[in-house]
Design a protein around this ligand. Sequence first.
Ligand code: SF4
Length: 621
Amino acid sequence: MDFKYVPSTCPYCGNGCGVNLVVADGRFVGISPWHRNPVNEGKVCIRGNKSYEFVNSPARLTTPLIKKGDKLEEASWEDAYKEIANAFKSVKGDAIGVVASARNSNEDSFVLKNFAANVLKTANIDYCGRRCNADAVKGLADAFGNGATTNSLADLSQAKAILVVGSNPLEENPLAGRQIILAKQNGAKIIVADARKTATARLADLHIACNPGTGVAIVNGIITEIVKAGKENKDYIAKHTKDFEKAKAAAASCTPDAVAKAAGISAADVTKAAEIFAAAQPAAVVTSAGAGSGDLIRAVANLQLVTGNVGKAGAGVNLLRGKSNAQGAADVGAVPGEGGLTVPAMIEAAAAGKIKALYVVGENIAIASAGANVAEALGKLDILVVQDMFLTETAARANVVLPSASFAERDGTVTNAERRVQRVRKAIEPVGSAKADWEITSGIAKAMGHEKDFAFKDAEAVFNEIAKAVPSYAGITYAALEKPEAIQWPAAGGKFGTAVLYADKFATKDGKAAFAAVEYKAPEAAGAEYPLAVATVWPMGTLSLNSASITREWPEPTVQINHDDAKALGVLDGSRVKVTCKAGVVEITAAVTKNIKKGVVAMTVPAGIMTVKIEKTAGGN
Ligand code: SF4
């Protein structure tokens, strides 16, 4: 038997755990965690461990498909490219939208960005179904100069206190969660703000069971209490920051009593959190892009500046990412250009007839951007082109579908949540005629007459262009990424790059960090029509849905509901319920639990939905 281990990077979350792909006789048959990789030190979670399952799924797309009448029919690459080229040439640039994916490689997103700008002539390119990533990246860039996490995941274990807000690392990014467990074992105090008693919250010394959407109030409350007690780091603020007074004034209305009222918690929790945080050095904040609010990122950046917790190990703003290359996609420019539209704005523009063509690469926007008007918007397009491994809900609506190679079938790089640029290596041949996404995009560009600019020999040739075009990637080469530690950008920090940003100064023009005046804005309140607040749960993505082990563990979406609320509504655990919100109605299974705050439910809802109503279905119990 021909047997080999091919080192690569887990394709699921933004932790970027190192994995060896186990290949037997040309088949990807298993995963062996890469012990020398510093991100996961020889451990993986269930998703990483089962990442060969979606690769081998019989549902993989193997050939291009072109819609004839109502049916998608198999086609050659040549015909598919011709069809797309003709359609794209007939639409003006600003009427074309391009959707990239945070699970595709840096090379994919870089080629796509150049294709959008130089061939399609559109600034409408984005990579997230919601505003989450763009807001988080912009927030950090405005505060510190770089739109990226300040620290390394592993140095979380050195923190003396950790505030987790808008994130559930133990379940969503388990190997980052492991660092929080290690910190606790080392004596750190853990504070978790979450309406749910999640696995992370169960670890906490202080669990602040707050209403959804009140993270800014809590962080502002902590800042206000620290300042009131005179425990702000005056030296650090004076030397390294500007606009502290503005931030202080904006946070001042968040007294413990006001926060208690807004968040449905006790005032003492705010004071206690402030005491814990102010007494610990270093202290870290962990949050996630999925928290969906630029204000929350700016508020936690303020907290870390107030306490001087930037520029050293065990501190910083640690932004966890849902998808493997959320950081890299932004780094290489898969974000809207000057005046360009975000994904939600593209969908709105399509619904209004202003966007006529969409090119979707690796995102299932029909689900990830689930809003009432997505189906209607897609139906109005002149042409929808979808590039994916699977016939997703979005691909099924497309005029042309192009089959992508999986992470195991191609070379490339991805950049994890701690700015570590890591290799993805080809271990097996692609299924059918599937190709790497950057190759497919280049094929379309060539069919549109741009032979020369898209004649990349291989993924490494694309990466070399990235290193020239993106300052933070300067000096990084495939050869330098051979070692298990790879490189955390910026590379100039040494052999392994830069583990902790801003040790001396910030990456802003004047070298100082900018405080922001972050006012707390109350989310839409529960009321008579929609009496329950909702904490958003991310939907299962395309990879998980095509993994038998993962769907066996989590067979269906549920709505988590507090046991007292369920009793009052006559809802039993496991029964079907009707959930109504502004965006529509859905029938779903109830998971009755004590691990969620009364008056709050947790489920996947469209962006912007904060309240719902739940009713028993006829015969639901
Ligand atoms: Fe993969 Fe994230 Fe799990 Fe690591 S923590 S194995 S990167 S899903």
